[in-house]
Design a binder for this molecule. Structure first.
Ligand SMILES: NC(=O)c1ccc[n+]([C@@H]2O[C@H](COP(=O)([O-])OP(=O)(O)OC[C@H]3O[C@@H](n4cnc5c(N)ncnc54)[C@H](O)[C@@H]3O)[C@@H](O)[C@H]2O)c1
Length: 419
C-alpha cells in the first residue's frame, strides 16, 4: 500500500517510520534542510527509536520502504492514505488554532490524488473535520488523534496506549477506511506493556473507531486532563511552599490512593511544551457558550504558577542583594520543556524568565543546543563551568546531576526527579 505523510516533525516522522515497516511510505516536508537530513539518514529530532529505525535497526527482517521528498507529485500521486501531520499553532489573535498548514497540505494532496483517504493527525479544534468535509465537499477526510510524547515519539507509536480513528458514523465506506487505518497502525506496533493493562479487561492494543468530532474531543480532553494533573500538583506545591509544609510528604500520602496513583505528580514550573498550553486553550475556545469552570481554571492555573515561581526566584535575588551582590545573575539551566526533550517550544521556564527579566534581573542562559549568542536579550553560554561560576542563583525546571556541585545555588521544584 502507498501511504503519503505531510510533515516530518515528531508526529509525521514517527508515524511514517512505523508504517514503512509494512507499506511504501513517502514523507513530504516543505523545509529542504529537513528533507536533506532525512535523505542522509539523519534524524532532525532527538529520538532514540527514530535514530534506530533510520540506522536500519528496526525489529524484523524487512527493510523499511521509506522515502522523503519535497515533491508533492512523488509523495501524493497514487497514495491510498495521505496523513497530515503539520503544525497547528494557537493563534492568540483569533483565540483558535491556526489550521492553515493542514488546509494547505490537504489542497496539495487533492491536486495530485482525488481519491486518497486523508487522515488528519495534527491536533485540530473540535468539529473541524466535519466542517472541512462539508466546506470542501470531500467525504474522504478522517481524523486520528496522536498521543505520542516528545522524546519518545516513535516508541509511543510502537507501544501505543490506544489507537483511535474518527470517521462520520453514517458513512459506511469512511468507517471501513478508518478501521483499515487503525489496522495499519496496529500492524506496525510492537507487543506493548499496555496489552496487560487495559482497564476494561481486554487484551491487545485498545482500538476505537468513533465519529470525527468525538475523536477530536478525545485528543483535547486527554491533553487537558494531563494539564489538569500537572496544574493540580503544582498548586499543591504552591500551597505547601507558602505554608512551610513538605510537598514531598503530602504528595506521597495523597498518591498512595490507587485511584490517584503515584505518577505524573512531580511539581514543575508549569505545564509546557508544544501541546498542553495550546490544546487547553483550544478546548476552552470550543466551550464557547457551554458552561464550564474547570477548563478555564486549568488554563489560568499555569499563569498563576509561573507568577508564583517568579516571585520565589525574585526573593532569592533580593537575598543575594542583601548579602552584598550588587547585580545578582540568575542562571537559567536549559530552556527545554523537560529532561530528555530536545526543544523548548512553550517551555514553562521561558514564562518565568520573562517575568523576572520584567523586574530588571540579569539572566544568563545555559543551553547547549542553542546556537546563538543571546536569547530574547539574555546572554547564552555553552560553557557550563563558567555558567555555574557566574550565576548567583541557578533555576532549573528539572534537576540535573550537572548541577550537583552547585546545589546550594539551585532553585528547582523537581522533587522526584522524573516526568
Ligand atoms: N509534538 C507532539 O508531542 C505532538 C503530539 C500529538 C499531536 N501533535 C500535533 O501534531 C501536529 C504536528 O506536531 P509536530 O510536533 O509533529 O510538529 P513539528 O513542528 O515537529 O513538525 C511539523 C512539520 O510539518 C512541516 N510542514 C509545515 N507545513 C507543511 C505543509 N504544508 N506540507 C508538508 N509539511 C509541512 C514542517 O516543516 C515541520 O517539519 C500538531 O498539530 C501538534 O499539535 C504533536
Amino acid at each position: 500500500m502507498k501511504i503519503a505523510v505531510a510533515g516530518t516533525g515528531y508526529v509525521g516522522l514517527s508515524v511514517a517510520l512505523l508504517l514503512s515497516q509494512h507499506n511504501e511510505v513517502h514523507a513530504l516536508d516543505i523545509v529542504p534542510e529537513k528533507v536533506a537530513m532525512l535523505n542522509a539518514g539523519k534524524s532532525p529530532i532527538v529520538d532514540t527509536e527514530i535514530t534506530r529505525f533510520l540506522d536500519g535497526n528496526q525489529s524484523g527482517d524487512r527493510p523499511l520502504d521509506f522515502h522523503v521528498t519535497l515533491d508533492p507529485a512523488q509523495a501524493y500521486t497514487g497514495a491510498d492514505y495521505a496523513i497530515i501531520a503539520t503544525p497547528t499553532n494557537y493563534d492568540p489573535q483569533k483565540n483558535y488554532f491556526d489550521t492553515s498548514s493542514v488546509e494547505a497540505a490537504i489542497a496539495a494532496v487533492r491536486e495530485h490524488d482525488p481519491d486518497a483517504w486523508i487522515v488528519i493527525k495534527s491536533t485540530i479544534p473540535v468539529g473541524y473535520t466535519a466542517k472541512l468535509r462539508e466546506e470542501l465537499g470531500d467525504r474522504r477526510i478522517l481524523f486520528s488523534p496522536e498521543f505520542l510524547r516528545e522524546g519518545h515519539a516513535l516508541y509511543d507509536n510502537l507501544h501505543p496506549s490506544r489507537i483511535v480513528a474518527g470517521a462520520p458514523q453514517d458513512d459506511e465506506e469512511a468507517v471501513e477506511a478508518a478501521h483499515r487505518f487503525v489496522e495499519l497502525l496496529s500492524q506496525g506496533a510492537e507487543p506493548s506493556e499496555h496489552e496487560r493493562m487495559n482497564p476494561d479487561g481486554t487484551e491487545g492494543i485498545p482500538e476505537l473507531v468513533v465519529g470525527t468530532t468525538e475523536a477530536e474531543a478525545i485528543k483535547l480532553f486527554a491533553n487537558t486532563y494531563l494539564a489538569l494533573r500537572v496544574a493540580y500538583f503544582n498548586e499543591l506545591d504552591t500551597y505547601a511552599e507558602s505554608r512551610g509544609l513538605s510537598t514531598r510528604e503530602i504528595i506521597k500520602g495523597v498518591c498512595l490512593d490507587p485511584r490517584i496513583r503515584d505518577d505524573y505528580n512531580n511539581p514543575s514550573f508549569g505545564y509546557g511544551g508544544y501541546c498542553l498550553p495550546k490544546d487547553t486553550k483550544q478546548l476552552l475556545a470550543n466551550y464557547d457558550k457551554v458552561p464550564q469552570n474547570l477548563i478555564e481554571a486549568i488554563v489560568d492555573s499555569n499563569t498563576t504558577r509561573k507568577d508564583f515561581i517568579a516571585t520565589e526566584i525574585l526573593e532569592l535575588v533580593a537575598r543575594a542583594k542583601a548579602s552584598g551582590v550588587a547585580d545578582p545573575v540568575v542562571g537559567v539551566y536549559r530552556l527545554t520543556m523537560k529532561a530528555g526533550s530536545d526543544n523548548f517550544r512553550q517551555s514553562a521556564i521561558q514564562g518565568v524568565m520573562k517575568r523576572i527579566k520584567g523586574k530588571g534581573v540579569t539572566v544568563l542562559v545555559y543551553e547547549p543546543t542553542l546556537d546563538q549568542p543571546d536569547f530574547f536579550g539574555s546572554e547564552v553560554t555553552h560553557d557550563l563551568a563558567a555558567f555555574k561560576q557566574r550565576a548567583d542563583v541557578i533555576v532549573s525546571n528539572r534537576w540535573s546531576d550537572d548541577l550537583a556541585d552547585v546545589k546550594d545555588k539551585v532553585y528547582t521544584r523537581d522533587l522526584f526527579k522524573r516526568d
